[in-house]
Design a protein around this ligand. Structure first.
Ligand SMILES: [Zn+2]
Length: 568
């Protein structure tokens, strides 16, 4: 699952203006982070200074449950005052620490240590959102590292002047985060609490790679020994991706951007976790030979494209426009990769991805569901619903792009419409909905797009791809190999409940009632064999087959002609 948490606070700007009428100064919070230990284990000591609010108690917020993780106070040790004679009370269940007997306006100097939870094995990918503090490095998200005066935390759009000081990391060790690279004194200036708390902080044995794009810094911070690729290969893909995307949008407004990439050991399969943050993208990636550079290529292109599609051009109501924020992001992921030759790819990559998306949508059990069936519950509760807006939206974008190119004699494309949308939302602050999309699409098309959008996005009617390919004179075939496991497990996944007699599974000898004693299945893969050992009449029977079947699904042919059409 990819979590994206980007906060582009426009509202903060208005707050600055409103507050400046009442207050002389913006509140300031200073943190000093010291390389330390606690009971022999590595720790980050955080010393914070802030002005006490009204009243006799200064509450400081720290979320005990955040980003799907619980009991975060288990990472907090040795909470104390550095000065003054107040009293400190830790109230984990209330998500706060209280400093008692403070006087309004006085400086409060609070100190605490952040340690790695004993359960947080560095290798566990599920623990990516907990602090990692080891003898070699630290990797901690802002909200887990920095407590916040509660009166500021309560209003995430409050502008605050933040300063950071790092003590104890000496060359070749680094300090690298969402706000700067190897800066021991970080004056972050005024930013909202939300933007400050949506950040990644790393240090220790990370390796930093740097590129400059139109005068703006781009970094990659990574560590460990990567098995599937070299640092330089990753940096090349990242640089090419960011360059291509910024050129596409003609947007070089981001002065600093970093990607952090943490490896974790995993025996089989590959997995990625990524989080979009202020000026940064933090990712954790499985480190084995089953992890491929192509997967990173996709991850970077998809996730970083969200800077514009999804975050600058924001959905009016999340799930209702996922067809746009996820589907169009998918489309521009593969289109940008192909048209810019990122990672050495060409239009063959694009055609392959297009065909795969057609196959996956066609064989999805929810392919005919209307857009309104994609809700918070179904999206997060079902893999089929989760993928529906990606695939449907991607194919819709593809279709529309070809239409615009065709009617304009290749003078215009969906690219122009996308840039128009960006300009519009920046100018007016509008959010993306079907109405805005249709309005911006109108100049590019001869016919009214509204009924088409209604049918193929809102109602979920399959796109007339055969008509499109025919009208463009592009070669295609009908018929594709799709994933077909061929049997169903019982609810305990211990026995074969039923076998499709037309399947390869049946032809290979799998039968209803077989007890499954071992299995290796790559769900959805048409290239990896299913390996089973079943128990039948007391005997162990090995079963091995490629889980595919032929289906009458349209596929665009990868020919010099199709390449020529796309690269026109
Ligand atoms: Zn996405």
């Amino acid at each position: 699952m990819i979590l994206t948490r980007l906060n582009w606070g426009i509202a903060g700007l208005f707050l600055v203006l409103a507050l400046s009428c009442q207050r002389e100064t913006t509140p300031e919070v200073v943190y000093e982070i010291v390389k330390s230990t606690h009971e022999g284990r590595p720790a980050l000591e955080v010393r914070m200074a802030f002005e006490a609010p009204e009243g006799e108690v200064s509450p400081v917020a720290y979320q005990n449950n955040a980003w799907g993780e619980t009991d975060m106070f288990r990472h907090i040790r040795d909470v104390r005052l550095l000065e003054g004679n107040g009293e400190v009370v830790v109230l984990a269940d209330s998500n706060r620490v209280e400093v008692k007997r403070t006087r309004p306006g006085e400086q409060v100097y609070l100190s605490y240590k952040v340690v790695q939870d004993s359960a947080t094995a560095s290798g566990d990918p599920d623990k990516s959102y907990r602090p990692h503090v080891t003898p070699d490095y630290f990797h901690v998200f802002s909200h887990n590292l920095f407590m916040m005066p509660a009166h500021l935390d309560a209003e995430p759009e409050t502008p605050v002047h933040f300063r950071l000081r790092w003590r104890g990391w000496e060359h070749p060790e680094v300090v690298h985060n969402s706000f700067g690279s190897n800066q021991k004194e970080q004056n972050l200036g005024v930013l909202t609490v939300a933007r400050f708390h949506s950040a990644i902080f790393t240090g220790g044995d990370f390796r930093i790679y740097t590129d400059t794009i139109e005068g703006n810094a781009l970094h990659l911070a990574t560590r460990g020994q990567w098995v599937p690729f070299t640092d330089q290969e990753v940096m090349n893909v990242l640089s090419q991706t960011v360059r291509a995307q910024r050129r596409f949008w003609d947007d070089h407004s981001q002065e600093y951007f970093t990607v952090t990439m943490r490896p974790y050991p995993q025996e089989r399969g590959s997995s990625f976790q990524g989080t979009g943050l202020t000026n940064s993208f933090a990712t954790s990636v499985s480190n084995n030979m089953e992890t491929e550079l192509d997967q990173l290529l996709y991850l970077f292109n998809h996730e970083l494209m969200h800077n514009w599609i999804g975050h600058t051009i924001e959905n009016e109501s999340e799930e209702a426009q996922y067809w746009f924020s996820e589907g169009f992001t998918e489309y521009y992921t593969v289109k940008n990769i192909a048209s810019n030759g990122i990672g050495g790819k060409d239009w063959g990559y694009f055609i392959e991805y297009l065909n795969e998306t057609i196959r996956l949508l066609e064989t999805s059990p929810v392919r005919g569901e209307p857009n309104s069936a994609i809700t918070y519950e179904t999206f997060w509760g079902s893999r089929d619903y989760e993928k529906l807006p990606y695939r449907r939206g991607m194919l819709f974008a593809f279709y529309l792009d070809q239409q615009i190119r065709a009617v304009s004699d290749i003078k215009k494309s969906l690219d122009n419409l996308m840039r128009d949308l960006l300009e519009e939302v920046r100018r007016s602050g509008a959010r993306l909905n079907a109405g805005l999309f249709l309005e911006k699409a109108r100049p590019y098309l001869v016919e009214d797009l509204a009924p088409f959008l209604e049918a193929h996005i809102e109602q979920g009617v399959p796109l007339p791809l055969e008509d499109l390919f025919t009208s463009l004179g592009l070669e295609y075939t009908i018929g594709a190999e799709v994933f077909d496991l061929g049997f169903e497990f019982d609810p305990d996944r211990a026995r074969v409940q039923s076998v499709d007699t037309a399947s390869v599974a049946y032809a290979t000898g799998l039968r209803e009632g077989d007890r499954v004693v071992s299995r290796s299945i790559y769900m959805g893969s048409t290239t990896k064999e299913v390996e089973l050992v079943v128990l039948r009449d007391g005997k162990r029977v090995p079963i091995q087959y490629l889980p595919v079947r032929r289906a009458p699904i349209i596929q665009l042919s990868d020919t010099p002609d199709t390449h020529r059409w796309f690269s026109k």
